[in-house]
Ligand binder design. Structure first.
Ligand code: LLP
Length: 377
């Protein structure tokens, strides 16, 4: 792939996101193999919603995890079967819930008692029985960046176990329109250890059993997404160990396991190609000003995230220390700081690595620069 990038930059221009489909298929099949095909995968499309890619993933017969009406419509248009769509998110509006109910999706993952009440009421009105799952907040520390931690008691996501009596009351009230079939969690993103998942599963099992004992016919367990990728050669989760451990813990429940990976499938398969517009040497810094920035890849600005960068146009042994910055009128607009690069010249093409997840989907029109192009190869 790396050898093709310069040609692609010339052919399509920059800024350009390039996604490597073979790499994505490889990641997908590694996950399926780790679980012995015994897993239902719902790709978290917030990571990358490039429509040609979604179509390819839908053809693989996997499911999808969506968090808005926009994502749900695009998933349906891209060929995902309604019966494989999970609708997550803390702020589902009445319109969104109505759309989900009418589309007959697999599951709405409920994040609050008020939401459950709303789904019950709307389903009753439309004379539908709606399958729901409870998203727990198991209060575990996923040891990731605080902005992408979601299963800690301080986070707005999921439901504390103390909500259960109220949830059960609402389920009983709407027993003609609500059907609880699943329990699960999503504890955070870019996790690099298995232990938080194990802790979350262990905390969930008694709750699952408790709900079964109350007569609810749960059959599914959703372990969410969150598996990290190496951005800087760091050690991350071994998915075979992860799958073995989760399956072993959940075996007594005899349920179907579901997961919602985003980054794991697409993160490493994405490249952002950019052109050097200017090299500006000050007495203090070497700035490499490129035609992309925080408006196309906000991860460095928002999470201080590391993305590898390489100068594709030059291969010098001698490197110089540079800050790679974009055109946006604020100093948070950087791709990398204090990085060693083959001395860049105006017009050189740089590649930014591991941007297949949460790159283009988080892009904006801030400052009204061109939006990055995307291609699938
Ligand atoms: N399921 C739910 C309910 C989620 O909220 C998320 C991600 C996922 C699955 C997929 O998580 P993944 O497998 O991709 O870690 N913008 C941040 C990441 C935010 C993740 C939000 N939720 C970043 O650039 O690191």
């Amino acid at each position: 792939m790396k050898s093709k990038l310069l040609t692609l930059a010339k052919k399509f221009g920059t800024p350009l996101y390039v996604y490597d489909l073979k790499h994505i298929y490889k990641n997908l099949s590694a996950l399926q193999t780790a679980f012995n095909q015994n897993i239902q995968i719902h790709y978290a499309m917030k990571a990358n919603n490039y429509s040609p890619l979604l179509k390819k993933l839908a053809q693989k017969q996997i499911g999808v995890d969506v968090v808005s009406m926009g994502e749900m419509s695009l998933a349906l248009k891209s060929g995902f079967k309604p019966s494989k769509i999970i609708f997550s998110g803390v702020a589902k509006t009445e319109d969104e819930i109505r759309f989900a109910i009418k589309s007959g999706i697999f599951l709405l993952n409920v994040e609050s008692p008020q939401e459950l009440e709303r789904i019950g009421k709307l389903s009753l009105k439309h004379r539908k029985m709606t399958d729901v799952g409870f998203r727990l907040n198991p209060d575990v520390n996923p040891h990731t960046h605080p902005y992408i931690t979601t299963g800690f008691k301080e986070n707005k996501f999921g439901m504390d176990k103390s909500f259960l009596p109220e949830l059960v009351r609402i389920l009983k009230k709407y027993n003609k329109s609500l059907n609880l079939i699943s329990l699960g969690f999503h504890i955070g993103s870019q996790l690099t250890k298995i232990a938080p998942y194990e802790e979350a599963v262990k905390k969930s099992i008694p709750i699952y059993k408790n709900l079964l004992s109350k007569g609810f016919k749960l059959k599914h367990f959703d372990i969410g997404g969150g598996i990290g990728i190496p951005y800087q050669n760091e050690k991350t989760i071994n998915i075979n160990q992860y799958a073995t451990s989760i399956q072993k813990l959940l075996r007594p429940l005899n349920c179907q396991i579901h997961c919602e990976p985003g980054r794991l499938l697409v993160g490493e398969a994405g490249y952002l190609l950019t052109k050097v517009e200017y090299v500006k040497r000050t007495p203090f810094k070497n700035f490499v000003v490129v035609n992309t920035g925080m408006h196309h890849l906000i991860r460095p600005a928002l999470y201080n995230a590391f993305h590898g960068v390489e100068n594709l146009s030059r291969k010098n042994k001698r490197k110089i220390k540079v800050d790679i910055v974009g055109p946006i009128c604020e100093s948070s607009d950087f791709i990398a700081k204090n990085r060693l690069l083959s001395p860049p010249h105006q017009g050189d093409i740089l590649v930014i690595y591991n941007v297949g997840a949460y790159g283009a989907t988080m892009a904006s029109y801030y400052n009204m620069h061109v939006y990055p192009k995307e291609i699938l190869t």
